[in-house]
Design a binder for this molecule. Structure first.
Ligand code: DGL
Length: 272
């Protein structure tokens, strides 16, 4: 018999690809002592342009994959997967499931002063109406204006986060939203925090930007604390990264998502 002790369970985080590392990064900053296990479904990215049925099927297989690894909580870092599949996953899994939509909606509701909120996301997230419903459930008087920004994801993945090209694309998507007089804008997609500067320029100084990644990390901390599930050991937690397509591409693009500070040296290919 081997004397190896079973590994302590990690917080499982999944996304359609590398974008969810913006959420992973915030969780890692907030909870350095927790074990974190990230799965990027890079073989099937993007989710943002796919149908609800397909996204739910993909999300289920990612969740099942992480569950086999014995996670104690599941974080759906992908806005599109949260928008379409959170209810299904919450009903099916034996562990707490946290998505990015509810935390972002809560932050927007608490920050708006004018009651006019903008939401930007993938075509799927916007079509699902998930943010609109989540905000209405908290305060039905708030008016929500949504806009899909499909070109933002490829721009970020290619590293085009500043300069005339993203500025022109952002102006095209956001001018109308800015004209609606929203005072709060939810960055409802994993990639959009990297375009924060460009988005802020178009929206103007009076508009607060809600970073769903940051808000989700807060929700993870609160949920683990409330359920007394925080790891008590003060040593740094382990970090595991899995990708369903080329691990070296995941590592290269993913490093940008982590702010370039954390090298992604060990990424394992997995078949989801
Ligand atoms: N992760 C997705 C989201 O937050 C963006 C990339 C994709 O379309 O898969 O909605």
């Amino acid at each position: 018999m081997s004397g190896r002790r079973p590994q302590e369970p990690a917080i499982g985080v999944f996304d359609s690809g590398v974008g969810g590392l913006t959420v992973f990064r915030r969780i890692a900053e907030a909870l350095p002592g927790e074990h974190l296990c990230y799965l990027g479904d890079t073989a099937r990215v993007p989710y943002g342009t796919k149908s609800a049925d397909t996204v739910i099927r993909y999300a289920r297989s990612c969740a099942a994959h992480l569950q086999v690894r014995g996670v104690k909580m599941l974080v759906v870092a992908c806005n599109t997967a949260s928008a379409y599949a959170l209810d299904v996953l919450s009903a099916e899994l034996p562990v707490p499931v946290i998505g990015v939509v509810a935390p972002g909606a809560r932050a927007a509701v608490s920050r708006t002063r004018t009651g006019r909120v903008g939401v930007i996301g993938t075509p799927g997230t916007v079509a699902s109406g998930a943010y609109v419903r989540a905000i209405a459930a908290l305060n039905p008087a708030i008016r929500v204006y949504s806009q899909a920004c499909p070109l933002f994801v490829p721009l970020v993945e290619d590293g085009w986060t500043t300069g005339s090209v993203p500025e022109a694309v952002a102006a095209r998507y956001l001018d109308k939203l800015a004209a609606k007089g929203v005072d709060t804008l939810v960055l409802g997609c994993t990639h959009y925090p990297l375009l924060r500067g460009v988005i802020a320029n178009v929206m103007g100084p009076g508009v607060r930007l809600v970073d769903s990644a940051k808000e989700t990390a807060k929700a993870v901390v609160e949920t683990l604390r409330d359920r007394r599930m925080l790891r008590t050991d003060t040593r740094p937690g382990r970090r595991e990264f899995y990708a369903s397509d080329a691990p070296e591409t995941f590592a290269r693009v993913g490093a940008r998502m982590l702010g370039g500070r954390t090298p992604l040296t060990q990424v394992e290919w997995v078949d989801v």
